[in-house]
Ligand binder design. Structure first.
Ligand code: GLN
Length: 478
């Protein structure tokens, strides 16, 4: 229906539509597209209540800057009084006791939160096939995956079921589904956006960010959700620029591309050709684009999986069957006695899905006393090395340009039996999470198989202002 909030707001201002009508229109579209399985729940009552309030505020000219933005949240972001499950059986029926800071901030600026989106269980996955609530279909081709783990969030934006969505990105979970669904996905700098109220997967990697149809909307959402937060001591207190007002840029930028990425044998030929043509256009437009060496491509995915599984095994220890969510009804042992240990064991065995269990076991292994130095400590050192090398490149350039994904959205089942093939999907996205740098996937590619693909930019720490401005320029000129 709309491609940006400015289009919505001009119709609201011209009395062509009210916020309630708009919200109802999206709900009707959601109902027509139930087969996608992208929404786990529509918050119909609270969304319409909020829309009514927004209409009142528009009349009295007191509405916030996101008035008219109908937005969905990934099912790992808490919204007080609403269910949240991380698409896991272990949290089935759990209701948030407080709202995530990002949710509070969206509501304070009068966004309408329309519902929660399906995702891979605890945000672990690249295809949405790991959700305990069933897979999400890619709205552009229902035989294909929407990507993951924020697959539902990308699918609802691509299918026009709402204007925008929030996702989380630990290793690519915003950018990869954005690439597969043909929308914009931004992972902010680590610590730019508060993680308070986001269900933790790997805390030193996780970030919340926007999935949108335009760069402009990504900028607007960022200026609302970013910034200091007393509930998250890792959230940076650096001031938040008015990103959406700074999109115009005439600067000539210096951009690096990584030869090893572009020459990578796993990269689809058409994606490679598109990146090359964008590089040429950028040069013609007066930007400097040069090759840079990054000889550590092969270390990215292993480092990511050692460290994130370690953090996950610790973060997920709290789902014990005692405090929240699912508790196994079968807690008696063979002698008919129930012990605390059987409560833990049975609840976790029955509540978690196969991929989550695999990662908890991997993480527990790499942290175990005999293997800690060989895996966990080693991976921490490699993380430093990867950070230093990437920052060294960015000392001489504004951005690194690279593919978002090695290919386009694949078909269901194609990689689900092969965890290594699935993990290699993340090869181009994890660099930004390992280093904490901001990165965006822009819908600049169209494959001959009919599917879209994203082109990715990585920027310097906290350089979202430049990143968004250049992204806007890129989608308008390439
Ligand atoms: N695909 C990656 C994984 O499975 C990314 C997940 C994420 O960013 N949450 O871990």
């Amino acid at each position: 229906m709309y491609n940006s909030l400015s289009e919505v707001q001009s119709d609201l201002a011209g009395n062509k539509i009210t916020c309630v009508e708009l919200t109802k229109a999206y709900i009707a579209r959601i109902n027509e597209n139930r087969h996608l399985n992208a929404f786990l729940e529509v918050f119909e009552n609270t969304a319409l209540e909020k829309a009514k309030e927004v209409d009142g505020k528009l009349k009295s000219k007191t509405a916030g800057k996101l008035a008219g933005m109908v937005i969905a949240i990934k099912d790992n972001i808490c919204y007080k009084g609403h269910k949240v499950s991380a698409s896991s059986k272990i949290l089935e029926g759990f209701e948030s006791l407080f709202s995530a800071t990002v949710v509070e901030r969206l509501l304070a600026e009068d966004a309408v939160i329309i519902g929660r989106c399906n995702c891979d269980e605890f945000a672990m996955g690249s295809s949405n096939e790991n959700s305990a609530m069933g897979k999400v279909l890619n709205p552009l081709d229902i035989k294909r995956v929407p990507g993951g783990s924020s697959g539902g969030s990308a699918a609802v934006v691509a299918a026009d079921l709402c204007l925008a969505a929030l996702g989380t990105d630990t290793g690519g979970s915003i950018r990869q589904p954005a690439s597969f669904c043909g929308v914009v996905g931004l992972k902010p700098t680590y610590a730019r956006v508060s993680r308070h109220g986001a269900i933790a997967y790997a805390s030193s990697f996780d970030q919340i960010g926007p999935i949108t149809r335009s760069v402009e909307d990504a900028a607007l959402i960022m200026e609302v959700i970013a910034g200091k937060d007393n509930y998250d001591s890792t959230a940076s207190s650096r001031p938040v620029p008015a990103y959406s007002k700074k999109l115009e840029t005439k600067k000539k930028y210096k951009i690096a591309y990584l030869k090893d990425c572009i020459e990578s044998p796993g990269l689809d030929k058409e994606i490679k050709a598109r990146i090359t043509s964008i590089i040429n256009t950028l040069k013609e437009n007066g930007h400097t684009v040069e090759a840079a060496d990054f000889p550590y491509l092969d270390y990215l995915v292993p480092t990511y999986y050692v460290l994130t599984t370690a953090e996950a095994s610790s973060n997920l220890a709290r789902y014990s069957g005692v405090t929240y969510g699912y508790r196994s009804p079968n807690i008696a042992d063979s002698a008919g006695n129930a012990s605390l240990e059987t409560v833990y064991k049975k609840s976790r065995s029955e509540g978690f899905g196969a991929e989550v269990k695999r990662r908890i076991m991997l993480g527990t292994f790499v942290l175990s006393s005999g293997y800690y130095d060989a895996y966990y400590s080693k991976a921490q050192k490699v993380r430093h090395l990867l950070k230093d090398k990437t920052n060294e490149i960015l000392a001489g350039y504004d951005f690194i340009i690279l593919p978002a994904t090695p290919g386009t959205a694949f078909e269901f089942g194609q990689k689900s039996d092969d965890p290594i093939a699935m993990y290699l999907e993340d090869i181009f996205t994890v660099q930004a999470n390992i280093t904490g740098l901001p990165a965006i996937s822009l819908p600049l590619g169209k494959h001959s198989n009919g599917m879209p693909f994203g082109i990715q930019l990585i920027a310097k720490d906290f350089a979202e202002e430049d990143l968004l401005a250049f992204s806007d320029h890129l989608v308008k000129t390439c």
